[in-house]
Design a protein around this ligand. Structure first.
Ligand SMILES: Cc1cc2nc3c(=O)[nH]c(=O)nc-3n(C[C@H](O)[C@H](O)[C@H](O)COP(=O)(O)OP(=O)(O)OC[C@H]3O[C@@H](n4cnc5c(N)ncnc54)[C@H](O)[C@@H]3O)c2cc1C
Length: 482
């Protein structure tokens, strides 16, 4: 069987690795991975500068999604897994240039503790009263999809959208709460509303169930896993370990796929001026690229893929000598709501979030900029972006803590154009339509961050699953898009 993989990011590399495993298990598989860029890894890209690990793209993955840590262990990187420093975890929201800590008891955007909610400076009195009255919210039959902002607004009001939903979602998805799908991004809250009416009551009931289960379990008490897991030497360790398992003869870097055709029983892939025939096709390029390649094969499918919105973003790492900055507030960093009118969406105190990736005496700040409808920022020069971030950090942290005049030892800017898919209102329905089209095209699999989870673990899971299904080796759970 011959398989083409289009795209060598997380999902494409995970698929290639799984095909190598199938070959090792005796499957007759021949494959080619096509990657447009000269390097593999897609948005996974780390660099070590004077001993500090700087991440251009993802800095970690969610521990609760096992696919990434499992793969790292399989690749011999178990000893490199680095938990987030959760003991020091505290996140701030910028409110009129001041840092306000997220109140204790906040679960998935839902306040569950009365006193911290009553005392926080994050919300005004009207919102706090509304949050209390939310306990009386009537249940609602599950209906069509709506935006995250609409769901949060109905329960807690506009201020909760502006100060909570918007910054949290733009910090994770580079997304817009007014556009993101509640059904896809916050399915637990949608379920709770149907069952309990009040999200606060739903969350308290879920919390009680968890506490009771922990009390009734007979085994030894288990330490809570870290929220995030990183790799000691940077996320590129995963890319390097995957590439080391892949036969280089199967890799075509710097080779964009320029055309796809369907034959009676297979696929023709056009790249680098040549055409090759395959039985299977794993599309691991962003949905917009997959859409334009597949339009000649199936216009409706191409249209659906092209309709999945993407956001562009910028990450900016600044390395400082710690003696040149003042005492930072405790915690991992801060999020900036859009209503603050700043370029920055978030800033991570990297040296606090993961211990051991920054040399002693250095502080690393990672700013995140861009998001939906802010493409224009990508056209700005590196110098201008660095100056903007230094100025905004000084205004937010205070000039005594962070002076815009102090030069960083190193500054690194990375632009990610249309790299993060947005699960917009109606995403589930769109996925159903895409699934129906793909079912008519044997041998095609769609993988990557546009479909069933935005993070690194989701991309790994989908990539590996697609390869297993096509080769029939270890096919356990069916891929969502087939
Ligand atoms: C700035 C940023 C920060 C992020 N932070 C996190 C994080 O901390 N944790 C987390 O879990 N997730 C994070 N994500 C999301 C995560 O990076 C991605 O979901 C995941 O790595 C995407 O992998 P992918 O394989 O789907 O896509 P990509 O990494 O985008 O790979 C797609 C590849 O396809 C190639 N390609 C495109 N067109 C063609 C063509 N015609 N022919 C050949 N090749 C083509 C591209 O060059 C690219 O290499 C972040 C994303 C970004 C952009």
């Amino acid at each position: 069987m011959r398989i083409a993989i289009v795209g060598g990011g997380t999902a494409g590399l995970a698929a290639a690795y799984e095909l190598e495993r199938a070959r090792a298990a005796g499957a007759q598989v021949d494959y080619t991975l096509y990657e447009e860029r000269a390097r593999l890894g897609g948005s996974l890209a780390s660099e070590i500068v004077n001993g500090a690990v700087l991440e251009r793209g993802p800095d970690s993955f969610l521990t609760e999604k096992p696919a990434a840590a499992e793969l790292c262990r399989e690749l011999g990187l178990g000893g490199e897994l680095l938990p987030s420093n959760d003991a020091a975890r505290k996140t701030y929201i910028v409110v009129r240039n001041r840092l306000v800590a997220l109140p204790d008891g906040l679960m998935f955007l839902v306040p569950t503790k009365l006193i911290p909610t009553a005392l926080t400076r994050l919300f005004g009195l009207r919102t706090k009263i509304r949050m209390g009255l939310e306990l009386l919210h009537a249940s609602r039959p599950s209906g069509g999809d709506e935006s995250v902002a609409a769901l949060v607004r109905r329960h807690f009001g506009q201020e909760a959208v502006d100060r909570l939903a918007d910054p949290l979602l733009s910090g994770i998805y580079g997304g817009d709460a007014e556009q993101l799908s509640a059904q896809t991004v916050l399915p637990r809250l949608v379920e709770m509303e149907t069952k309990h009416g009040s999200l606060t009551r739903g969350m308290l009931a879920a919390h009680k169930r968890m506490r009771d289960a922990a009390k009734n379990s007979t085994g030894p008490a288990r330490k809570a896993p870290p929220i995030f897991t990183a790799l000691r030497g940077g996320m590129s360790q995963l890319v390097d370990a995957l590439v080391a398992r892949i036969d280089p003869a199967n890799l075509r870097m710097g080779t964009p796929v320029s055309g796809i055709k369907k034959t009676g029983s297979g696929w023709i892939v056009e790249a680098g001026g040549t055409q090759r025939e395959y039985d299977g096709l794993i599309m691991a390029a962003p949905a917009w690229a997959a859409g334009s390649l597949l339009t000649p094969v199936d216009g409706a499918l191409g249209g659906e893929l092209g309709g999945i919105p993407y956001s562009s973003s910028i990450t900016l790492n600044l390395v400082y000598d710690e003696t040149k900055i003042g005492t930072l507030p405790e915690g991992f960093g801060f999020l900036v709501p859009a209503v603050e009118g700043r370029a920055m969406l978030a800033c991570t105190f990297v040296h606090r979030k993961f211990l051991g990736r920054t040399p002693p005496g250095k502080a690393v700040f990672r700013a995140f900029l861009g998001g939906m409808n802010r493409e224009a920022l990508l056209a700005e020069s590196d110098e201008s972006l660095v100056a903007t971030v230094r100025r905004e950090m000084s205004e937010i942290l205070g000039a005594r803590t962070f002076s815009a005049d102090v030069e960083p030892e190193h500054a690194q800017v990375s632009r990610w154009r249309r790299a993060m898919a947005q699960y917009a209102v109606g995403h589930k329905e769109r996925m159903r339509r895409i699934g129906a089209r793909v079912a008519e095209l044997p041998g095609l699999r769609l993988v990557g961050n546009a479909y069933d989870g935005i993070g690194v673990p989701d991309c790994i899971r989908l990539g590996r699953q697609a390869a297993r299904e096509l080769t029939g080796v270890e096919a356990k759970t069916p891929a969502l898009v087939r």
